[in-house]
Design a protein around this ligand. Structure first.
Ligand code: ATP
Length: 477
């Protein structure tokens, strides 16, 4: 599987290029592979469709994204608590949540070329987004496709199987036999780990409603049409925060989380004009209101995260299926009730793609050359500093000394190969915010040159001031 080949021939996501971005997906994919950010999964075996491995630079960026999210929604969020629940859960969990019965996409198989497509995507793309497919029933989708004779985007023929629902959960079995009683699932979302631990967390922390439970972890979905690099994969990480509150306060918290989710993104240097809210027109039967924040990805406007007012559906269902009470007793009034839940959910990998897209820039320099530079927020950059000795032999020792000291404080990298210009370019391409250059003056006066990635301006600093100078600059906010 080639890097390009993995996302090129797919039916586009349900998003349209109302506005164009200069950055394209193939530029990001190629940069990611060349610079150790993200590689195709199982690369030496020809790949494994839509799996991706984070490289040395990518794993740092993704960890920084997760850290920034945790800081905002757990560390700095009063009355929010983290959990790390098991991926494999009792199958009853998925019956209670409704996933066993209805976590599915409407699929159609092309009888000619044997490819599988999502009926809703076919309609969205055919109608160029003018039809509100979210509001359509399965019968209405079928009628629309038949009436307009929507052709297969791969072979161009019109010869479909009828629409069928395709469950997205990956099944596996527990134990040595494979009978259906042992059937278990890889979790398709992390949220249920928070719901089933509602009483455990409340009792162990003595939290009072309203309070939140957050989790970052892997989820798995057998997506019919994965693709577009890490936008939609079959294995991905979610960052989810469930806020448990009393009915009547839910709308206020729903609005609060909409704002918090938006502010989180702008705090990571996202331009507000690249973000927008999109209300869900067709709500799940239990939801009171729901919206997405969309980002202007290189493929067009598309969902980055969701905010859902889920009422008391989840806890009520778990009470019913587990037989365990999910009632909360107000310690002051003695009132008993099942809390409402406001959910904020964002994919770590999808946010990674958005961060890469937002940071990517090509600049023409004074000498006419082009530099590719990733303008990451410094807190997200893989390496905060690159130490570059101007000359290997006589300056290498001093540069290594400085590098080792800086490594005690933040992730750093060291590069002594090639011209200084080429070395700056390499750091620009992975978004290293500061380059520290060690030259012959360093040996006599213990100062270094510090180059800023964005402005390319250079200042001279005593080595003793480096740590505090950089620490101040790379703060999240
Ligand atoms: P979509 O409409 O894109 O399929 P969804 O509405 O099913 O997403 P949720 O179930 O609300 O998504 O999941 C929350 C978040 O998890 C999404 O906003 C997205 O950031 C991320 N996510 C969902 N599915 C995938 C996937 N297959 N690959 C990568 N990230 C995903």
């Amino acid at each position: 599987m080639g890097v390009e080949g993995d996302f090129a021939p797919r039916l586009p996501e349900r998003c349209f290029m109302e506005e164009k971005r200069a950055v394209t997906m193939d530029k990001i994919v190629n940069l990611c592979k060349a610079r150790g950010i993200i590689f195709p999964g199982s690369d030496i075996y020809g790949g494994m469709g839509n799996t991706w491995d984070y490289g040395p630079v990518g794993v740092e960026i993704k960890n920084n994204i997760k850290r920034a999210w945790w800081k905002k929604f757990v560390q700095e969020s009063e009355n929010s608590y983290g959990v790390d629940a098991a991926i494999l859960m009792n199958s009853r969990v998925w019956e209670a949540s409704g996933h066993t019965a209805s976590f599915s996409d409407p699929k159609m198989d092309c009888k000619e070329c044997k490819t599988r497509q999502r009926a809703d995507n076919l309609i969205e793309n055919y109608s160029k987004g003018t039809v509100d497919v979210d509001a359509m029933t399965q019968e209405e989708m079928q009628a629309y496709i038949d009436e307009h004779k929507i052709k297969c985007p791969i072979c161009g023929k019109f010869n479909w199987t009828p629409i069928r629902n395709f469950n997205l959960m990956f099944e596996t079995s527990r134990g040595v036999t494979e009978d259906s009683q042992n059937k278990i699932y890889l979790r398709p979302e992390t949220a249920q780990g928070e719901f089933v631990n509602f009483q455990n967390v409340q009792r162990s922390t003595r939290a009072k409603v309203p309070f939140g439970i957050a989790q970052i972890g892997k989820a798995f979905r057998n997506e019919i049409t994965p693709g577009n690099f890490i936008f939609r994969t079959i294995e991905f990480e979610q960052m989810e925060h469930q806020w448990f509150c009393k009915e009547g306060t839910d709308i206020e918290y729903y609005e609060k989380f909409k704002k918090a989710a938006f502010d989180f993104l702008t705090s990571l240097n996202f331009k507000p004009e690249h973000l927008r809210f999109k209300d869900h027109e067709k709500l799940a039967h239990y939801a009171k209101c729901a919206c997405d924040i969309q980002y202007l990805f290189p493929i067009g406007w598309s969902e980055l995260n969701g905010i859902h007012n889920r009422t008391n559906y989840d806890l009520s269902r778990h009470q019913e299926y587990s037989g365990k009470s999910m009632l909360y007793v107000d310690p002051i009034t003695g009132e008993k009730y099942i809390p409402y839940v406001v959910e904020y959910s964002i994919g770590a990998d999808r946010l990674m793609l958005a961060v890469l897209s937002e940071a990517y820039d090509e600049e023409t320099l004074e000498n006419g050359e082009t530099r590719v530079v990733m303008h990451f927020h410094p807190a997200l950059a893989a390496y905060k500093v690159a130490v570059l000795p101007l000359q290997k032999k006589e300056l290498g020792g001093k540069a290594t000394e400085i590098y080792r000291e800086l490594c005690r404080h933040f992730m750093c990298t060291y590069d002594d190969a090639g011209s200084i210009g080429k070395r700056y370019r390499r750091q620009d391409e992975i978004g290293t915010p500061y380059c520290v250059t060690v030259d012959f003056d360093t040996l006599s006066d213990d100062t270094v040159t510090v180059r800023d990635r964005d402005t390319m301006e250079q200042i001279r600093l005593p080595i003793s001031e480096l740590v505090s100078y950089i620490e101040e600059k790379i703060k999240l906010y």
